[in-house]
Design a protein around this ligand. Structure first.
Ligand code: HEC
Ligand code: HEC
Ligand code: HEC
Ligand code: HEC
Ligand code: HEC
Length: 184
């Protein structure tokens, strides 16, 4: 039985079959990798570009960034305050999920994009107060339709900027590079 299979696989037709199987496996693998590179599917395809382009400030929607550890995602009430007055809200397919969320009172489940692990202490306020701009870390959101991370938030990335920020100031470097500053 196996011998017959091997004999058949050595035929030209069998070789072609093997080739097709290998190709399928490779393209499935490549497709899998491609999928992991895509931006996460959000419940609403929220276009940053459009909103920032209208002159709406980052801090209007993410006020937590100036006040505390996390920036926060705006509630649907905040979206609705504006959108109930916009004619397009009634007809846009992109806005149908917003309308539905408001009418049914169910919160929109946004998929987090920018994250560090739980054992890392990150605080927006300290950075915004020190004069860092949103785009220093999040890239140019005016170009973005669906939010994506422009970089991996790894330890080397944090430390690189902390070393630059400390410059010649030894005491500051000691604090900004201290394990206990980010892990406690
Ligand atoms: C301060 C006003 C304002 C706020 C707040 C606001 N938007 Fe908008 N939004 C707009 C304007 C203006 C447009 C462009 C409408 C147009 O093209 O006619 C828009 C467009 C959109 C679109 C694209 C619609 C389309 O069909 O092209 C989506 C989706 C959207 N907003 C979702 C949201 C969500 C979700 C929130 C809350 C997180 C939100 N908006 C908060 C003003 C606002
Ligand atoms: C009209 C409201 C609005 C404005 C203005 C706005 N954002 Fe957002 N932002 C959102 C919403 C809603 C999400 C969640 C959906 C998403 O991730 O695409 C989000 C997500 C993000 C995320 C990803 C967060 C995560 O991990 O889920 C970042 C980073 C971000 N915004 C930065 C900015 C910056 C920087 C600006 C200014 C240039 C800005 N935003 C302006 C509403 C807004
Ligand atoms: C020094 C780098 C840095 C700067 C500057 C910065 N962020 Fe962030 N941001 C981060 C990191 C790191 C995270 C992930 C934090 C976490 O997982 O706790 C994050 C997460 C976020 C999130 C999603 C989760 C949340 O609620 O915190 C939003 C939204 C966001 N930032 C918006 C902004 C806005 C708006 C500004 C400017 C006012 C800004 N950020 C400035 C590094 C930065
Ligand atoms: C683009 C530059 C930049 C990046 C990237 C950055 N930081 Fe910072 N960070 C700063 C600056 C500037 C300060 C304030 C220094 C000072 O005290 O003047 C600071 C301060 C801090 C502090 C001390 C806050 C306090 O209470 O004084 C912590 C904690 C911190 N950063 C954590 C992080 C973590 C975690 C990351 C990576 C996820 C990160 N930072 C990435 C620039 C950066
Ligand atoms: C400026 C902030 C910052 C400082 C200072 C810092 N770390 Fe981290 N650390 C991070 C971030 C962000 C991560 C998570 C991302 C990653 O794994 O690279 C991390 C991850 C880690 C991990 C887990 C690594 C892994 O692969 O899962 C260990 C262990 C660690 N740090 C140890 C240390 C030690 C020891 C020090 C002092 C020499 C230190 N860290 C200083 C920000 C910092």
């Amino acid at each position: 039985m196996f011998k017959r299979l091997f004999d058949w696989l050595r035929q030209p037709l069998g070789l072609i079959a093997v080739g097709i199987v290998l190709l399928t496996v490779f393209s499935l693998a490549a497709y899998g990798i491609f999928l992991t590179q895509q931006s996460s599917a959000q419940p609403i395809q929220f276009p940053h570009r459009t909103h920032v382009g209208f002159g709406i400030q980052c801090l209007y929607c993410h006020p937590g960034a100036a006040r505390g550890p996390s920036a926060g995602i705006p509630s649907q009430a905040k979206c609705w305050g504006c959108h109930q007055q916009i004619a397009k809200t009634q007809t846009s397919a992109l806005l149908a999920p917003l309308k539905q969320a408001v009418e049914s009172g169910t919160p929109i489940q946004w998929v987090p994009v920018a994250m560090v692990p739980d054992f890392v202490q990150f605080n927006h306020r300290a950075h915004v107060a020190a004069g860092q701009n949103c785009e220093d870390c999040h890239g140019d959101m005016t170009l973005v339709t669906i939010a994506e991370n422009p970089q991996v938030f790894n330890m080397g990335w944090c430390l690189d900027c902390h070393r630059k920020a400390a410059g010649e100031d030894e005491a500051k470097l000691l604090k900004l590079a201290d394990c206990g500053t980010c892990h406690y």
